[in-house]
Design a protein. Sequence first.
Length: 306
Amino acid sequence: MPIFDIFSKRQKTERGEIPDVFQYDVLPRELRVQVVHILRDALGNSTDYREPSEKVFEAISSILCREYGLFSLVKDARNHHAAVFNFFLNTDSIERALDVIEVSLRCVDTLARDQYEWKRLEAKIEPDEAIEELNQRFLEHGFGYQFESGQIFRVDCGLVHSEVIKPTLALLRAKPFEGANEEFLSAHSHYRHAEYKDCLTDCLRAVESTLKAICAERGWQYGQGDTAKRLLQICFENDLIPAFMQSHFSALRSTLESGVPTLRNRLAGHGQGPEPVEVPAYIANYALNLTATGILLLCEAHNATK
């Protein structure tokens, strides 16, 4: 459903009331209600327990209850639609509210893509429309998250997300890069849950898996235990990047060899000794963006020259 540039919204823009930086700790009531509208349009609004739409919300409720160790999301809800939406509208936990959005949007992104199921649900909008509107509503409210590839991502810089993270995720959906995709998504999940050491570890794994996938696709010999440095060397020796441009990529090569791998090795990959090592959030964020940039270039070079 299109987002309308209504009068009050234009006035807020003119008064400078539209947020120009992301915030993460407040999920406005207006945004919560807009999310409910999106989910109703994308998954149907029938509350009859015999109808497909109600069964989808029963599944959403069941998943959340099991993960939270609860018997019900809310007491005395008249149906599963009400249970999910009342829980979402009233929970004080931003993370649990995002859980509801993520689980529900996964249903939209998978189940509702089947045209037969889409018609049975009596949905009003297509899955891509729902996801696009959700992400746009997040941006309108300056809420620093986006839904991509079945997960909610924290967005620390809108430009980096749109120009680097999204294209990287799109490239990693290709079959040869399934392992790298899983590890890159895992790195984001660890980052969102402040598990920064695990984030660094999965960043390195994603880089190494991308390099191995490229080597396997091109028939270049490598060892399963080869590190990122060795795998990069193989790719450069085989002119993954044209020879006349390699000098321009010396800085990139140095960054890839000493950036993510070194961060991981020093802060996450080995025994931390008697004093616990704390990985700051800004280091994990840097590693994620560095990983995405490196993977994006490698995949595009691979696709352009194969």
